[in-house]
Design a protein around this ligand. Sequence first.
Ligand code: SF4
Ligand code: SF4
Length: 166
Amino acid sequence: MKIERTALTFWERLYLPAVIAGLKVTLRHFLRRKVTMQYPEERWVVPTGYRGAPYLVKDQEGRVKCVSCQLCEFVCPPKAIKILPPGPAVDPATGNVEKRPREFEINMLRCIFCGYCQEVCPEEAIFLMKDYSLTGKSRQEMVYGLEKLLELGGTHLDSIQKWKHK
Ligand code: SF4
Ligand code: SF4
């Protein structure tokens, strides 16, 4: 079937109305408030309760809160956590029997920031912090070890202290 092409009107043949309409759109965007963020110099301010990367914390006495119970390792859906628990050791300073992980790894390439590890932890030793952009030059670099997790997690002040002195 042959379809007849409709003839252009005088204004359409001038093309000026279309050009002016296009320039109006350009001008409207030009005058708008800038929304481009100069990332990574500028970053989003994430709201309270945001679930970013999970890190380990120390208590106010500088002790590792994790008791290597491995609940978080068990519950983690993508199996991002790997823990090597040592046997219990006596702390010479207090005489308390302590348990802490020999090695604790979180593969940040696997982690989906679900927060299950934080929810399940009986010691309040692991928290999802505000970091949402993690980078590394290799896959191995994205596997965070115990020292790095503790350094990034910092101190968590709360009433739960497994080594609280009597
Ligand atoms: S946030 Fe979720 S995926 Fe990431 S380590 Fe914790 S349990 Fe695993
Ligand atoms: S972070 Fe919490 S849940 Fe995970 S092993 Fe340590 S104490 Fe257990």
